[in-house]
Each structure stands twice: as structure tokens, then as C-alpha cells.
Ligand binder design. Sequence first.
Ligand SMILES: Cc1cc2nc3c(=O)[nH]c(=O)nc-3n(C[C@H](O)[C@H](O)[C@H](O)COP(=O)(O)O)c2cc1C
Length: 171
Amino acid sequence: MKTMIVYSSKTGNTKKVAEAILEVMPEGTFIHSVSEQPALEDCDLVILGCWIDKGNADAAMKEYIQGVKDKKVALFATLGAYPDSPHAGKVIERLKQLVDASNEYLGDFICQGKIDPALTERVRQYPPDHPHYMTPERINRHMEAAKHPDSRDLETAQKVFMEVLRRAEGI
Ligand SMILES: Cc1cc2nc3c(=O)[nH]c(=O)nc-3n(C[C@H](O)[C@H](O)[C@H](O)COP(=O)(O)O)c2cc1C
């Protein structure tokens, strides 16, 4: 069974998770950035990872996911929000909706990833009446995100995708 990991990553968080997943995949597993637009003809299992931009997959991965047909598919993502938050729950649902119904969906993983300091700085300038004003809660979330993905996130991702692999192999 041939497996391919395709990821998109602006600041490196999602790439880090992709590389951790690669470590537990069978020898010969391919890994590509979405910018390479890898062809998937020979692949059985396709693992797709993205960073979250405005509540959904970043534009490049959004387009790529929708073109994947007739495969075994699993998703992962990194985002600024807490992984157990309602926002993260909605994000996962939106990602799943991008997956074509011809695919067999085998699972997903999501974790925090440090937020681009340029974005944090921009948000810090927002006035108190702005919906994204830097409340103490938001500051804490950005500070927590700055610690991720950590070694525990990477281990959890590895466990999730070892299970995905077992499902893909029908074990
Ligand atoms: C322009 C921009 C928009 C973002 N939008 C969201 C968002 O809607 N929800 C969220 O939880 N995180 C959001 N984030 C945080 C990123 O998804 C997060 O930091 C991610 O780990 C970045 O991954 P990367 O290092 O692979 O690029 C945003 C970050 C940027 C820079």
C-alpha cells in the first residue's frame, strides 16, 4: 500500500507534524508540500495536513483536498485555537466537508501551533470594541499556542496515524 503525506505550512508548525507522522509510516511513504502539487495516481492512503486560516484550511490545501478522489484519506491541522474549543470542532467539520464523498475517510488530528508574531502584533493594535480585541483570555491562548506543536502533540499525532494506517490496511 502506498502512502503520501501532503502538507501546507506557512511558518513550519504543520510541517513539523507532517514529519513526525512520516516517522511512523512504512518505508517508502512520500512526503510533499502542497506547493509541489504532487500527483496521487499510485497512492492508496493520502494524509493531508494544513494550517488554519480564517476558520478553514489555507487556500492552497483547500483547493488540493477537493481534488482528491477515490482514496483512503485522513486529515490533520494546526491552529491557534485550543483543540478542544468549539472553534476547533467547527474547523474539523469544515475540513471534512472538503473531502469528496468518493474517498474513504479514516480519521483526523488537530493541535495548536504557534501564531505568527506578526499576526499577534496586528491583533494587539485592535481597539476594545473590535471582535478580536486582545482580551486576557486571547493573550493566554496566543501564549499557549506559542508552545505548540510540542512533543506530546507529535506523539499523539503519531498514535492517531498509526491507527489510521491499520484501518487503511484493513487490520
Ligand atoms: C493569517 C492567519 C490566519 C489565521 N486564522 C486562524 C483561525 O481562523 N483560527 C485559528 O485557530 N488559528 C488561525 N491562525 C493560526 C494558525 O492556523 C496557526 O498558527 C498554525 O499553526 C500555523 O501553521 P503553520 O506554521 O504550519 O503555517 C491564523 C494564522 C494566520 C497567520
